[in-house]
Structure formats: structure tokens, C-alpha cells
Write a new protein. Structure first.
Length: 261
């Protein structure tokens, strides 16, 4: 009983600290800059508490001290977080009409994914007419080595970055790539062909193809995929989908500035 009480108290203190740290960020956004005394007054806490919170935020570069070392302001870490969010919103916004057209043309589900540390993160999904009750993948993470989206995203990296991004090559089916050498060979094909396929690799009965979405600088920043059951996407049908898919992904890349002069 006492252990449970201590645990709840610790959790409550942690939540309070997070709340106070966010309050500091909001205060600095409103004030521009502020010293520890001013922040403590804003939060209604002791100066030592305000200092510890500010120091923690500073260690994550979310705040920084001004040149006179007396006051704090928002740091470059905020820009990094905001930039990542803005970039993802731009991708979704530019890709959405293209995804809708592709889903309508193929009748299958179209997804947009980005690299998120050691997995692929789904940002958006448009269901085609053939997908009666599609699984909603938005916000979910999927393995890189066993999916078409993951292979495309890995294909945009150099070998060192691929090794850093891919951990254990978990076997999901008998068709899953589980050796580093086989994965490297697969990624070479993806880079050469400009698209990736995955049939029965993550789940038996699931077929998918993906193509890269590039930034204005030519970097692979996202992938677009078309997926459906293998009985609707046998080899010949998948080849037809790949042509439509690569054209759609290229259109989104152009919308983001790739190939524009």
C-alpha cells in the first residue's frame, strides 16, 4: 500500500514538473526573454525550482541564455521541433490530392510514410474503393526491412545510416528479409528501380509497392505506397500499380520543389 502511494506521488511530481516546464516555454514565447526571478513569479514557485526547470530545458536546447547570461529565451531546439512538424504537414498537404487520385485510380489504399528513427511512421492514408474496412495506419510505426515504404526510406540513406537505422531483422513471415547482405542487395535494387515492393513479407496475403517522395534538394523525405491483398494485387496488377505510383510520387516531389528551376 505504501509503495503504491509513493509511486503515485512520484508520478504526480513528474507530471507537475512537465506542466511547469511547458509553462516556462509558453512564458518565454509570450515575453521574449525572462530571468529566473521573473519565471519563478510566473509559475508561482521558488527560484531554485525555476532554475532547475530552465537548466533542464537548456540541456535539450529548448531554451538558451542570452549573451549577458542573465535571462532565458526560446532555443534552437524549438525550431528543430517546429521545423519537423511543418515539413511533415507540408508533405501531407501537398500529397493529399495526389493520394486521393491514386486511390481512386487503383481502388487500393494509399499511404504516406516517413523515417522515424528505427521504423517508418505513417502520416496519412487514403482508402480506395476496394478497401471496404481498411486498417487505419496513421500514427503507427512499421518495420523498415519488411515493408515497401521502409525499403524506399532506407534506400535514401547511405550504408552507414542504414546500419544505424535498422536493428534486428525480425522475421514476420517466411518471405521476410532477415540477413544484412540480402537487405543491402534489395536496397540496391530499390535505388536502381526507383520503387520497392513487398509481397507477403510483413503479413501473408498483403502486397504493397512504394516510391520515394523527394525534397527540393533531391533527398528522400517520405514514401508513398499502394497496398492491398495479394489476390487483388498479383504480379501483373502490381506492375501496373507501380507505374501509376511512381508517377504520383514524382508529382508530389515536384509540388515540393524537386526538379523545379
Amino acid at each position: 500500500m505504501s509503495n503504491n502511494g509513493a509511486s503515485v506521488a512520484t508520478e504526480g511530481a513528474s507530471v507537475q514538473s512537465v506542466d511547469r516546464a511547458l509553462a516556462i516555454l509558453e512564458s518565454l514565447a509570450r515575453l521574449g526573454e525572462a530571468g529566473v526571478t521573473e519565471l519563478a513569479a510566473e509559475l508561482g514557485v521558488h527560484k531554485s525550482t525555476a532554475f532547475r526547470l530552465a537548466a533542464t530545458l537548456e540541456s535539450h536546447r529548448l531554451v538558451e541564455q542570452t549573451s549577458d547570461r542573465g535571462k532565458y529565451r526560446l532555443g534552437v531546439g524549438i525550431l528543430r521541433l517546429a521545423g519537423a512538424t511543418t515539413a511533415r504537414l507540408d508533405i501531407v498537404q501537398e500529397a493529399r490530392p495526389v493520394c486521393r487520385a491514386l486511390a481512386a485510380a487503383t481502388g487500393e489504399t494509399v499511404n504516406i510514410a516517413v523515417l522515424s528513427e528505427h521504423s517508418a511512421l505513417y502520416l496519412d492514408q487514403v482508402a480506395g474503393s476496394s478497401a471496404l474496412q481498411p486498417h487505419n495506419w496513421v500514427g503507427q510505426h512499421i518495420p523498415l526491412h519488411a515493408t515497401s515504404n521502409g525499403k524506399v526510406l532506407l534506400g535514401g540513406l547511405d550504408d552507414a545510416a542504414v546500419d544505424a537505422s535498422v536493428g534486428e531483422l525480425t522475421r514476420y513471415t517466411s518471405h521476410t528479409i532477415t540477413s544484412r547482405a540480402a537487405l543491402r542487395a534489395e536496397l540496391e535494387r530499390v535505388r536502381a528501380d526507383g520503387y520497392a515492393v513487398a509481397v507477403d513479407e510483413l503479413e501473408i496475403g498483403l502486397a504493397a509497392a512504394a516510391a520515394p517522395i523527394r525534397s527540393a534538394h533531391g533527398d528522400v523525405i517520405a514514401s508513398m505506397s499502394v497496398s492491398g491483398p495479394t489476390f487483388r494485387l498479383p504480379e501483373e496488377a502490381l506492375r501496373a500499380v507501380v507505374k501509376q505510383l511512381t508517377e504520383a510520387a514524382l508529382e508530389v516531389s515536384h509540388r515540393l520543389g524537386w526538379g523545379q528551376r
